[in-house]
Write a protein that binds this ligand. Structure first.
Ligand SMILES: [Zn+2]
Length: 122
């Protein structure tokens, strides 16, 4: 591709911006941009648009943003979502499983002690 016309130039903008063009294609486009005011203006506005979008991606949420969003969701869902977990709500399940394990172990031990011959577990 030694010559690029207006339509081809416009089609190459995106790949050129992403530096995905082959050297000779990039060269042909640059040559056309140097020679053609219309496409140069076009490319400049393309650059601005893409650059603006690129800056959106780099934007960082202000500190406290996530916490604020969570708080708002919690408020609007009347505490159903993102409610702060209380220790009291979580512990009983863990405690319960421990108690159950202890109980099973106790039953096993008691059975082993009371009927040593009848119960043959590996
Ligand atoms: Zn042109």
């Amino acid at each position: 591709m030694d010559q690029v016309d207006h339509t081809q130039a416009a089609e190459l903008f995106s790949a050129y911006w992403d530096e995905e063009l082959a050297a000779e294609q990039a060269g042909a486009l640059e040559e056309h941009l140097r020679a053609c005011v219309v496409c140069r203006r076009e490319y400049q506005s393309f650059e601005r648009a893409v650059g603006a979008v690129g800056q959106l991606h780099r934007m960082v949420a202000p500190s406290g943003f996530v916490g604020g969003v969570r708080k708002k969701i919690r408020k609007r869902s009347r505490g159903r979502l993102f409610a702060p977990r209380k220790l009291v709500e979580r512990v009983p399940y863990e405690l319960f499983s421990l108690v159950m394990l202890g109980l099973i172990l106790a039953i096993y031990v008691v059975l082993q002690l009371t009927q040593p011959g009848a119960l043959k577990l590996p």
